[in-house]
Unconditional design. Structure first.
Length: 277
């Protein structure tokens, strides 16, 4: 009985964000900003990055005044600048205890209408940028003997979805990469969480690429009816504290995940009924 209690208690241990150096990408808006606000009350030292400097500065004004926070402009499509940023951050902070990545870009176009350059751009930001940053940070975490990596996938990182071919592919790729990383480095206390958002009220659809590579400029109706970024951040914090391997974020649309697992034929019929953009 005592052994069972010990096992249960160990599983219920929660991560303490206090006195941790936590790097959040995509922190100028959306879930990245909302998570920064949530964690600013936890006595953590935050490093916030995004390509939108004005958005980053606005995020800083929203944090708990007692929070130690630093920001840097970072373009996730530029591998050289990512590696330079890591060198600078590690020089200043020595150790990054947690890296939570939210930066990304979506699309709204059919496969045949999407030029290959758009596919490449989406993969560069959503996959190669994310793994470049993780690979650059990982050695310092291994040396420190502990680290927590969280990356933002999507509900469509679990199944294909119309008008999101490259976006969906980039998110599928994150699962393969980070599950492999977890398997290789779990024995040296490197934790990996994959966030799986459904419908959240962010600007990702507005900044999605259309078939001509321009911003889509509209919020999807389904997304507009999604949960707020504040609610999403609370769900994420709960999962990060428990170091959950997959953290599902959203509302009733998350039912698509068990449908995909147990009734795939039904899911295939449902997604073919999605209206054209």
């Amino acid at each position: 009985m005592a052994l069972l209690f010990y096992i249960f208690a160990s599983k219920c241990e929660q991560m303490d964000f206090g006195n941790k150096n936590i790097w959040i990408t995509g922190a100028a808006s959306g879930m990245g900003r909302a998570l920064a606000v949530e964690l600013s009350a936890c006595n953590a030292c935050l490093i916030l990055s995004d390509r939108d400097e004005s958005g980053l500065k606005e995020t800083l004004t929203m944090l708990n005044p007692a929070c130690k926070a630093h920001h840097l402009v970072l373009d996730m499509s530029d591998s050289a600048s990512i590696e330079a940023a890591v060198a600078r951050i590690l020089s200043d902070f020595k150790t990054i205890h947690a890296l939570y990545q939210f930066a990304g870009i979506s699309q709204r176009s059919r496969v045949m209408d999407t030029p290959l350059e758009n596919d490449r751009k989406i993969m560069e930001i959503n996959f190669f940028g994310v793994i470049t940053l993780a690979k650059a940070i990982l050695p310092s975490m291994v040396e420190a003997g502990w680290g927590h990596l969280a990356v933002t996938s999507s509900i469509v990182g679990k199944f294909g979805f119309p008008f999101r071919s490259a976006y969906s592919a980039s998110k599928h790729a994150l699962h393969g990469f980070f599950e492999s990383l977890r398997a290789e480095y779990g024995n040296v206390n490197i934790r990996v969480s994959i966030l799986i958002p459904g419908r959240v009220q962010t600007n990702i659809s507005k900044f999605a690429l259309d078939k001509d590579g321009r911003e889509y400029g509209k919020m999807d109706p389904g997304q507009a009816n999604g949960i707020t970024v504040q609610k999403a951040a609370r769900q994420i914090v709960k999962g990060l504290k428990k170091e959950q391997k997959e953290i599902k974020v959203g509302g009733s649309e998350l039912l698509m995940l068990p449908i995909r697992r147990f009734f795939p034929a039904l899911l295939y019929r449902l997604v073919t009924k999605i209206k054209a953009v």
